[in-house]
Design a protein around this ligand. Structure first.
Ligand code: TYD
Length: 142
């Protein structure tokens, strides 16, 4: 995919893979492999079976979600339709531009979700109400 900051739709990014008999290695550099400058990362782990994470959108944050271990699904609504991405490989990341409603579910045992973010933590950047999200989305496409 392009790494320009003009990308506005969700995209799967493939990170480099160094295959080695001793074990494989992948890496990313913010300026080379991400369509935004990374400011923060966080990770989600020990998710009990059947639990969901997320169920909100961000007004400004760009993010990349990676299944570093195990698997889970990212269910993304772009204001018009919903798409389910199954993440299970540590060398793929799902890029999400701002204003995408996202829920993570279907976590496998011992899964580890890494999230790379373009912003510092800001609770005002969260949109928790789906109807408000749809309104913001409509406003942003005018
Ligand atoms: P939240 O983003 O709601 O988790 P998720 O969307 O994955 O379900 O965050 C859960 C809690 O963690 C919330 O109280 C805020 C806190 N938090 C931080 O303090 N800093 C962070 O960078 C993040 C992502 C969350």
């Amino acid at each position: 995919m392009s790494t320009s900051s003009t990308v506005v739709t969700p995209q799967i990014i493939e990170f480099p893979r160094i295959l080695d008999e001793r074990g494989n290695l992948s890496f990313l550099e913010s300026e080379r492999h991400l369509p935004f400058k990374m400011k923060r990362c966080y990770w989600i782990y020990d998710v009990p079976g059947g639990e969901l994470r997320g169920s909100h959108a961000f007004k400004n944050q760009h993010e990349v979600i990676i299944a570093l271990s195990g698997s889970f699904d990212a269910v993304i609504h772009d204001g018009k339709e919903e798409k389910r991405y199954s993440l299970s490989r540590s060398y793929y990341g799902l890029y999400l531009p701002p204003l995408h409603w996202r829920t993570l579910d279907n976590f496998s045992t011992n899964s580890l979700a890494l999230v790379l973010s373009s912003t510092s933590y800001d609770e005002d950047d969260y949109v928790w109400d789906f109807e408000e999200f749809l309104k913001l989305k409509k406003g942003s496409s005018k």
